[in-house]
Structure formats: structure tokens, C-alpha cells
Design a protein around this ligand. Structure first.
Ligand SMILES: NC(=O)c1ccc[n+]([C@@H]2O[C@H](COP(=O)([O-])OP(=O)(O)OC[C@H]3O[C@@H](n4cnc5c(N)ncnc54)[C@H](O)[C@@H]3O)[C@@H](O)[C@H]2O)c1
Length: 298
């Protein structure tokens, strides 16, 4: 287990290395693989409305992808559409589902049945996409024996036998971050080779194990960054975000201000003259610009 441990890849945005890295299956780039679920979601919506065909432009808009990229992605599947007609919706749904391995049943275990584990267990979208929740597991004896989504919560001691008997290859981790690596190790030891990690921690896994992480707070931080940019001409608002930020963020912001030769105190509405000061680059800048973004995770 100790050989070749590697950190997980990030969900949501395929990294640049991933764009070049061919998928194990028939040389499809990972970046294309990451877009296939977006196409599938858009195509499924069209299929539900009984739309027979779709142009690359329409589908690209529905999936939020550039149409040239879409055509290139579909060329990896051997799907080129028909000029003047477009793509056959039903056939593409089948083709992408097959490529993603969704034409087979994927039993999944969820470990850590607290708030989030419950919510995921109750989420109907897994089953409708071929991901059957095979078992819910927890270490807390007061949680074990309760039920969620009609399934009993089972003790972690049963993990290995469940994974083996139900041929589980995908595990979902919804434990506190401190327990996540240990749970991950146990899942991998038991034979799980794909992990969806909701705990805000970086997991290391051996070669051959895929980890995807989901962190809604990172998405919110990215939105906060864009909101801050949009509100760049509203200094009061930006400062109030920093004032309410957690201690380490405030400390880092103060450090950046010191490094830039500015005051360590947050600027206030009663301090308007500071807003006209040049930034560290010597150009007039928007108040607060570059501060919060510099301390946010990449
Ligand atoms: N990714 C996201 O967007 C997102 C959103 C919300 C919460 N979270 C994270 O999800 C995790 C769960 O959050 P929550 O609010 O459901 O927490 P919670 O405390 O309600 O539930 C955690 C559960 O994990 C169990 N657990 C603890 N150690 C375990 C172990 N070693 N083996 C098995 N089970 C164990 C606990 O008994 C508990 O039932 C946290 O890490 C939290 O930060 C992530």
C-alpha cells in the first residue's frame, strides 16, 4: 500500500495536466471525460422533452461548453453528427453513458452518516444515474443501527465484508476531516479503487486509486472573489468581508498590507483618503483588490 501514493485530482475543473493526460479507456483525454457528464446532463434533459436531434451549438450552449470543443470531444467517441441535422439525442445519451460506464450498476458505500451522509443517502440522483447505495457505514455506536433512506447504518467493522460481497469499487467519505485519511486507507485496503471525498482534507492514495474531492466552500470562496471584484468600487463592502473573515484570513490580510507598506488596520469608510493610494505595483488600485484573493486557496 505504501508504494506510489499520489494526491487526488480536483473535481469541477480539470487541471491542465489532465487535459494532456489520456484516459485509460481508448485514449480519451481526461478533460474530455470531465465534460462528458455535462453533455449527458444536457442530453438527458433534451431526451426527457422528446427532442430527437440537437445541433452542436445548441448542445454546447446547454452544457455550457464551447461548440468547437464539443465537436472535438465527440470526435473521440467517433460521433460526428449529420450536417444540417445535428446529433441524434438518444444515440448520444447511450454512447456517452456507455463511455462513462453508466450502463452498468455501480454499488457505492457512504462512510460517515451524519448531516451530509444522510443528505447523500437520501439523494435520488445517485440511483437514477446507476449508482446504487450498497451500504451506509459509521463508527459511532449511537449512529449504527439507525436508518437513512431506508437503509440501516452499519458498523465500520463490516466494511471489508460489504465491499467484497457487493463488489463495491466506489466509496464516498463524509466523515470529519481528521478521520478521512484513515477511512480512505481502509476503503482502499478493502478493494475500493475510486473515492469521492467530501471532507476538507487532502487524501493520499496509492497508484491506481482515483480520488475526486467536492468542497462547496471552495466554490463559495471563488464566488466571493468574483463578487469582490464586481464590488471593487465599494470599499466599505470589501472591508466588511475582511472584518468578518476568520482569524487567519484577517492575519494574512494584515501581513499583506504590511508587506505593501500600508496600515495593518482595515480601512474604513471614515478613511476615504486611503482609497486613492497607489497599490504595491505603484498604480492606483481598487480598495482591497489583491488582498483577499492572495490568501485564498488556489
Ligand atoms: N464538501 C462539501 O461541500 C461539504 C459540505 C458540508 C460538509 N462537508 C464535510 O463533510 C464531512 C461531514 O460533515 P457532517 O456535517 O455530515 O458531519 P457530522 O459530524 O454530522 O457527521 C460525520 C459522521 O462521521 C462519523 N465518523 C467519524 N469518524 C468516523 C470514522 N473513523 N469512521 C466512520 N465514521 C466516522 C461520525 O460518527 C458522524 O456520524 C465533514 O468533513 C465536513 O467538513 C463537506
Amino acid at each position: 500500500m505504501a508504494i506510489g501514493r499520489s494526491p487526488q485530482s480536483s473535481s469541477q475543473t480539470p487541471d491542465q495536466g489532465a487535459a494532456r493526460r489520456p484516459s485509460r479507456a481508448r485514449g480519451i483525454p481526461e478533460a474530455t471525460v470531465a465534460r462528458l457528464p455535462l453533455y449527458l446532463r444536457a442530453l438527458t434533459a433534451l431526451s426527457e422533452r422528446s427532442v430527437p436531434t440537437v445541433s452542436s451549438e445548441e448542445l454546447a450552449a446547454a452544457a455550457g461548453v464551447n461548440s468547437a470543443k464539443l465537436r472535438k470531444d465527440f470526435s473521440y467517441l467517433g460521433s460526428y453528427g449529420t450536417r444540417g441535422v445535428g446529433y441524434d439525442v438518444e444515440y448520444l445519451v447511450y454512447q456517452i453513458s456507455r463511455e462513462l460506464g453508466l450502463t452498468q450498476d455501480w454499488p457505492v458505500v457512504i462512510v460517515g452518516i451524519g448531516n451530509l451522509g444522510h443528505a447523500l443517502a437520501n439523494y435520488g440522483g445517485f440511483a437514477s444515474r446507476g449508482f446504487r447505495v450498497a451500504a451506509l457505514l459509521d463508527a459511532d455506536p449511537t449512529v449504527v443501527g439507525s436508518s437513512a433512506a431506508g437503509l440501516p447504518v452499519r458498523h465500520m467493522d463490516e466494511l471489508e465484508s460489504i465491499v467484497e460481497s457487493q463488489h463495491v469499487s466506489i466509496g464516498v467519505i463524509t466523515t470529519p476531516p481528521g478521520a478521512a485519511q484513515q477511512v480512505c486507507d481502509r476503503l482502499v485496503e478493502a478493494g475500493v479503487t475510486s473515492i469521492l471525498n467530501f471532507a476538507p482534507t487532502v487524501l493520499t492514495v496509492p497508484d491506481g486509486v482515483d480520488v475526486r474531492k467536492v468542497d462547496l466552500s471552495i466554490e463559495l470562496q471563488i464566488l466571493a472573489f468574483h463578487e469582490q471584484r464586481k464590488a471593487g468600487d465599494e470599499p466599505d463592502r470589501t472591508e466588511s468581508v475582511l472584518d468578518r473573515a476568520p482569524g487567519p484570513v484577517r492575519a494574512a490580510a494584515a501581513k499583506l498590507r504590511r508587506a505593501a507598506g500600508g496600515s495593518t488596520k482595515p480601512r474604513t469608510a471614515a478613511d476615504p483618503a486611503k482609497d486613492a493610494e497607489p497599490t504595491a505595483q505603484g498604480k492606483p488600485g481598487k480598495p482591497g483588490e489583491g488582498e483577499l484573493s492572495a490568501v485564498m486557496p488556489a
